[in-house]
Design a protein around this ligand. Structure first.
Ligand code: C2E
Ligand code: MG
Ligand code: MG
Length: 532
């Protein structure tokens, strides 16, 4: 393969090498050092889509491209598995500094037969052996077969923080536990770094499969003690039943789809395949692909919604809210794509754009009104957020005290200490920090004691339901009271009627934001809104 990649670079032989690659029946991609896709032959474009050219492959399929070991002069062994309809294995990869030339083989294909059919590390069967067993089992007694795809939930973190040695030990233990949950006749295979498959045979029905899946989640999820480290990981499991299925590939795909749903539902659980999952996933994938292009195609826009100080009744700032003008779907609400952007990590790029756009817009305002920017919990998990904000303020010239950032409780759920450190750093810079949507999540009052927020924004559901009295009214009153005693400003969100405005005033809210006092609007409408 290195010879081929050299050929690609030497002009006279380029033509024939490209023609050769072009006509290969299996997908071949070449990438530069940064992983940008420079070339994809016809077969690659047919399965992945021509749009991958010029994009970073690892960004497009971050979860699916995983180095299996250290780079050597001969290349980086890569496993490329996809949770979707496609499943490939990358067989070749050139030395990283020369760029990569990947040759992707559909998994289960006849190429590159492994030297042995058990996995060195876990002693479990490899994928090829499992595929054979699965096909045989289906041919014998399809209704008696169930496939379980198992994926460890936090393995990568353990591997990265405790080292590969512990990672390997952990995989062995996991393999043992999976084995012990199964019957002797069941086939247990390790099919990827932290991915396992169980082919369960002789089941009486869906209940038997669900029981094993539950046992797998439970057993694998129990605490491990390895070389003095106490380790907690979880397992997500997707289950599919063999009834009516003829080829193993289809059953594996169904189980993979169910696994995907299990992870989406919060991990550390199992899901059984349902026919609708296929269409739902395809729909999401299409949306994801569109989302990846949206930034480049400038389909995003920010609208700004005013918030007012209830003492002076003056507009003191605007919250930046993203809008996506999709070419065929029309205007897509942030509620419909932010979660997907968070899942895929795209929110980091989008968030950067939002921050830059909001700050540079606010810097042009003739007064010193504030701009509030929503920051996703995912952005807090990067260690570059403070740098990003500092450099954005510097490049746009917006003074720090005019920027407010809004975070939700989700940001404080895990890694609380590092998030608190980030928040303190931002606060020290003079940036204002608001707790957004308060009351909808875990509403842990302890968060309010851990960090001196400047502002609490009470979710609109409380404002809107407070009229009915009962809990919502009591919660509204309690949060407002808490804000007063902690010295935090209180914004009531979603105020739509004069009656609601009266109520939040009498409950001592300090700020208001809602359709009554101003809807979100494009930047160029702000001055006519303010001065007419
Ligand atoms: P949020 O931060 O709580 O923003 C307020 C949402 O309430 C906005 O919805 C706003 O249009 C809506 N709203 C304001 N006043 C009223 C009212 O009187 N009645 C009703 N029914 N709704 C009102 P939007 O723009 O659809 O945004 C939804 C959520 O999406 C936001 O909730 C925020 O969590 C998220 N979001 C929006 N833009 C961004 C962004 O740039 N980055 C991130 N990470 N999240 C964003
Ligand atoms: Mg907000
Ligand atoms: Mg809110």
């Amino acid at each position: 393969m290195s010879a081929l990649s050299a050929d690609l670079q030497s002009a006279p032989r380029r033509h024939s090498a490209e023609a050769l690659l072009e006509n290969l029946p299996h997908p071949v991609l070449s990438m530069d050092r940064e992983g940008e896709v420079l070339y994809a032959n016809a077969a690659a474009q047919a399965v992945l889509g021509g749009w991958i050219l010029g994009l970073r492959f690892a960004d497009l399929f971050p979860e699916h491209l995983e180095p299996l070991g250290q780079a050597t002069a001969g290349g980086v062994p890569l496993a490329l598995t996809s949770k979707t309809q496609m499943r490939f294995r990358a067989l070749f990869a050139d030395a990283p500094d020369a760029g990569l030339l990947l040759s992707l083989f559909p998994d289960g294909g006849q190429t590159a037969v492994p030297a042995s059919d058990t996995d060195d590390l876990s002693g479990l069967m490899k994928r090829s052996g499992m595929n054979e067993r699965l096909d045989r089992a289906l041919a014998n007694d399809a209704p008696g077969v169930a496939v379980h795809c198992i994926d460890l939930d936090r393995f990568k973190i353990i591997n990265d923080t405790l080292g590969h040695g512990i990672g390997d030990l952990l995989l062995k233990k996991v393999a043992d536990r999976i084995r012990s949950a199964c019957r002797k006749d069941d086939c247990v295979a390790r099919v990827g770094g932290d991915e396992f498959v169980v082919v369960q045979t002789g089941i009486g029905g869906a209940d038997d499969a669900a029981r094993l899946a539950g046992r797998l989640v439970d057993l694998v999820g129990r605490t491990y003690v390895l070389s003095g480290h106490t380790i907690n990981i979880g397992a997500s499991v997707g289950v599919a039943l063999g009834e009516g299925v003829v080829v193993g590939r289809d059953l594996l795909r169904n189980a993979d789809l169910a696994l995907y749903e299990a992870k989406r539902a919060g991990r550390n659980r199992f899901r059984s395949f349902e026919p609708g999952m296929d269409a739902a996933l395809r729909e999401r994938r299409e949306l994801e692909i569109d989302l990846r292009r949206a930034l480049a195609l400038k389909q995003f826009e920010l609208h700004y919604q005013p918030f007012l100080d209830l003492g002076s009744n003056a507009v003191i700032g605007f919250e930046a809210l993203i809008r996506w003008h999709h070419p065929t779907r029309g205007l897509v609400s942030p509620a419909d794509f932010i979660p997907l952007a968070e899942e895929t990590g795209l929110i980091n790029k989008i968030g950067e754009w939002v921050l830059r756009t909001a700050c540079s817009t606010a810097a042009t305002w003739p007064d010193d009104r504030a701009v509030a920017v929503n920051i996703s919990p995912v952005q807090f998990r990067t260690d570059t957020l403070v740098d990003l904000i500092v450099s954005t303020l510097a490049s746009t010239g917006l003074p720090a005290h005019r920027l407010e950032i809004e975070i939700t409780e989700g940001a404080l759920l895990d890694n609380t200490d590092s998030v608190l450190k980030t928040l303190h750093a931002l606060r020290d810079l003079g940036i204002h920090i608001s707790m957004d949507d308060f009351g909808t999540g875990y509403s842990s009052l302890s968060y309010l004691q851990k960090f001196p927020f400047h502002k609490i924004k009470i979710d609109r559901s409380f404002v809107q339901r407070a009229e009915e009295g009962g809990d919502s009214e009591a919660i509204l009153r309690a949060i407002a009271g808490l804000g007063v005693s902690l010295g935090m400003a209180i914004t009531a969100e979603g105020v739509e009627t004069p009656e609601q405005l009266e109520r939040i005033r009498s409950e001592h809210c300090t700020h208001v934001q809602g359709y009554l006092t101003g809807r979100p609007m494009p930047a160029d409408r702000l001055s006519s809104f303010l001065y007419s």
